[in-house]
Design a protein around this ligand. Structure first.
Ligand code: FES
Length: 385
């Protein structure tokens, strides 16, 4: 590289902050079939997962590029037999590491091994406070009992108990029961995350999206529970993540494209967010390029950096530095063009798509049996052509 080219590269790198968060999607394989999974619809097409050595190299390059937080997710990351090895490597490299798991495939011995290897944090997801609904949504008869046992094992190993419930129209009436279950388990943090409509959740949006009345009732119940927990001196924290489909301004998705988050998919595709591979943009692969080049130089990561790419109404909007025009993946899913303003924004000419989704949620009748479950055979439908 010439001196001039190298100085231009340094200037460019100085204007982009490092990827503090690395999400390692170790696999798309999963024993569960949740119809709101954020994995791509055609996940079954991905057969060539990175090897242990390749993942270790990704982790090493991530640290060299500035990443400090590491998430192991999937699919179900426990499906990977080398998870303990990767956790140990993450500790060796100095990451703060987090395992995001359904709890299926976990054992008390594995929790202890992971703690020994240096894992910092474990989050266990639930589908419901009710065993039957939990198992029906997960598509597994054993799921609920296993999750209860593993939530307890996590706490016994000295971790804070962090539980995640994805909230949708079929479990949103259970807020009080969910909180009661979490209290019985001795949870420290409970994330009540309303469904985000990407991947399988977008496919099933009509059958998952709560009505406004359902949402308001749930929010009221969460606030009541928060006040009661405070009165009782409980340290349990409730985090309620509301759905952007009921907002008038978009979320600053990923804190801006290519600003903080770097996801590596099971086949090594590097992405600015977990959903971006659906966009008509070519994304680099860690098998071909190193992470530093990918983060700073690749056209995919630079595509929506800054705001020069923005069309109206974002271009002249005084909130563009705050929300970055919203979510590129949502703009693509709802308008067919990721350059557009996120239709969640009431200034967007496509905001009617959000209003129509809200309207549909008022009169939706789908039961959980009507949803398209995330499994290999359904996934194959999306790449048969
Ligand atoms: Fe991809 Fe929002 S999920 S930019």
């Amino acid at each position: 590289m010439t001196a001039l080219a190298s100085s231009l590269t340094e200037q460019k790198q100085a204007s982009v902050s490092p990827p503090l968060w690395l999400l390692a999607e170790l696999t798309y394989r999963c024993p569960l079939q949740c119809p709101y999974c954020s994995n791509p619809l055609n996940f079954a097409q991905t057969t060539s997962e990175l090897t242990t050595e390749e993942w270790a190299s990704v982790l090493r390059q991530g640290r060299e590029t500035g990443a400090a937080q590491l998430g192991f997710s999937g699919g179900e990351p426990l499906v990977r037999q080398d998870l303990g090895e990767l956790i140990a490597e993450a500790r060796h490299l100095g990451y703060y590491s987090n395992l995001i798991t359904s709890g299926l495939g976990l054992t008390k011995a594995k929790v202890d091994d992971f703690a020994q290897a240096g894992l910092d944090h474990i989050q266990v997801s639930f589908q419901s406070s009710d065993p039957d609904l939990n198992n029906a949504v997960a598509g597994s008869r054993k799921a609920f009992a296993q999750k209860l046992a593993m939530a307890r094992a996590v706490k016994d190993a000295g971790y804070p108990m962090v539980l995640n419930f994805v909230i949708h129209r079929h479990n949103i009436h259970q807020m009080n029961d969910i909180v009661a279950l979490c209290e019985r388990l001795g949870a420290d943090y409970v994330e009540l995350a309303t469904c985000q409509y990407y991947g399988w959740a977008f496919r099933n949006r009509e059958g998952l999206m709560p009505s406004r009345a359902q949402l308001e009732k749930a929010e009221y119940e969460v606030n009541q529970n928060r006040a009661r927990l405070l009165d009782e001196g409980s340290a349990m924290k409730l985090i309620f993540v509301t759905p952007d489909y009921y907002e008038e301004r978009p979320k600053p998705c990923m804190n801006g494209w290519g600003s903080l988050f770097l996801t590596v998919a099971p086949d090594g595709t590097a992405l600015p967010c977990h959903s971006a591979r659906l966009l008509p943009i070519e994304f680099p692969n860690v098998r071909d390029k190193d992470l530093k080049h990918i983060w700073y130089e690749s056209p995919g990561f630079n595509h929506y950096r800054g705001n020069s790419w923005m069309p109206e109404p974002c271009r002249s909007c005084d909130e563009k530095e705050k929300d970055f025009g919203g979510c590129r993946c949502q703009a693509f899913l709802l308008t067919g063009n990721a350059d557009n303003a996120d239709p969640v924004c009431s200034k967007s000419p496509h905001h009617d798509r959000i209003l129509a989704a809200r309207q549909a949620a008022e009169c939706a009748t789908a039961s959980i049996e009507d949803l398209t479950y995330r499994n290999d055979s359904n996934s194959r439908m999306f790449f048969r052509g």
